[in-house]
Design a protein around this ligand. Structure first.
Ligand SMILES: Cc1cc2nc3c(=O)[nH]c(=O)nc-3n(C[C@H](O)[C@H](O)[C@H](O)COP(=O)(O)O)c2cc1C
Length: 349
């Protein structure tokens, strides 16, 4: 039971924000609020966070930043804004559970007028946004659209680069062809990824994805082929059959269609800056969503040192990318993926 409108609004905001995107749809977040001290925190839930590669920590921080940006914006529109600062143990009234790492401390700010229209529009956008891994229309971004996207980054530590030319399309596709097999090469990382892929549509799940989220509708035999062929226990067999190379070739073909790519980079990739980049990415993703555009992250190019440096070099970036994606106007709609329940995310005492 919630006793104040702040708690009610917080729960309602999290109910919507839980649709935020996260790597492998792992949803590595936890929120706690204490009505007695009128303080709360957002933390990384280590039981849920990915750990197959060290670089996945960047993605955990960005994912939590996206989730928090949604909560922050919804609470503002609900008239009960959050006052928030970067987490510091001195702000916490009691120690956090051992499997949580604090990111943000918050408390209720001064009450503001409610903006119901903006709240509903934002809630709808958050719910309607899905990662879109399908081919896009060939529509190019206009100069005004580019300006609107860059505007979001005015106060962000992150830098946004956009490419939409033929040469970049070939360069990115070549890099994907060269490096996509890395996803399968690291046994621990692939084991973790594979554990987030679900094959039984009748089994209730709250995270991860099904094959149709990744590849669209595919025949049942292809699902079985993937399930067996890419099973981590059959890693050597999979490599012998050169299945990773087949996947890399198909992935590269899709990547080459672009039509646009975006990279986010940071001069100083601290924890805090990565989280703030996530907050900015949330706004970018929703603005594209408003225009009917989708994003397909290509994290394999930023999760390993060599492709990351080669990508930066090839595309002439000043700083190393922390997020890279193809994006464009949606041609084929994508499906909603599973989510955790509110009461596994928010605890109130
Ligand atoms: C930081 C970050 C990195 C991601 N990297 C990839 C990726 O490399 N490939 C991919 O297909 N999806 C990627 N995604 C998308 C997630 O898989 C997706 O958000 C999640 O499965 C939930 O699906 P939804 O976005 O459709 O709600 C990434 C998302 C985030 C936030």
């Amino acid at each position: 039971m919630f006793t104040t409108s702040f708690e009610q609004n917080l729960a309602a905001a999290i109910e919507i924000a839980r649709s935020a995107p996260s790597s492998h749809n792992c949803q590595p977040w936890a929120v706690h609020y204490s009505p007695l001290s009128r303080t709360g925190y957002l933390a990384i839930d280590r039981r849920r966070a990915l750990k197959g590669l060290p670089s996945l920590e960047n993605e955990m921080l960005m994912s939590c930043g996206i989730f928090f940006q949604h909560i922050e914006a919804l609470m503002r529109n609900a008239g009960t804004p959050l006052q928030w600062v970067w987490f510091d143990t001195s702000h916490a009234t009691s120690p956090l559970p051992g499997d949580q790492d604090g990111l943000i401390c918050f408390s209720p700010g001064d009450l503001q007028p409610t903006n119901s229209e903006a709240y509903s529009a934002l809630a709808e956008q958050i719910r309607q946004r899905h990662t879109n891994r399908m081919p896009y229309e060939s529509t190019q971004l206009s100069a005004l659209q580019q300006y609107r996207l860059q505007e979001i980054f005015t106060d962000s530590p992150a830098h946004l680069d956009i490419w939409q030319d033929q040469v970049s399309r070939k360069q990115v596709a070549d890099l994907v062809y060269q490096y996509a097999a890395l996803d399968f090469a690291d046994k621990q990382a692939w084991q973790e990824t594979y554990s987030f892929i679900h094959f039984d549509k009748d089994k209730p799940v709250e995270d991860g994805f099904y094959l149709h989220h990744l590849f669209g509708k595919i025949p049942a035999y292809a699902e079985w082929l993937f399930r067996i062929g890419f099973h981590p226990k059959l890693n050597r067999f999979t490599r012998l059959l050169r299945l990773p190379q087949v996947m890399a070739r198909e992935f590269s073909k899709l990547t080459r269609q672009g039509p646009q790519y975006l990279a986010l980079s940071l001069a100083e990739p601290s924890q805090r800056n990565l989280f703030l980049t996530g907050m900015t990415l949330a706004r970018l993703w929703l603005l594209l969503q408003q225009w009917g555009w989708g994003i397909h992250p290509l994290s394999v190019l930023v999760q390993h040192d060599l492709p990351k440096a080669t990508l930066a070099n090839t595309l002439g970036m000043t700083h190393l990318p922390i997020f890279f994606a193809r994006f464009g106007q949606i041609k084929i709609a994508s499906d909603v993926s599973p989510r955790r329940h509110l009461n596994s995310i928010l605890t109130i005492d």
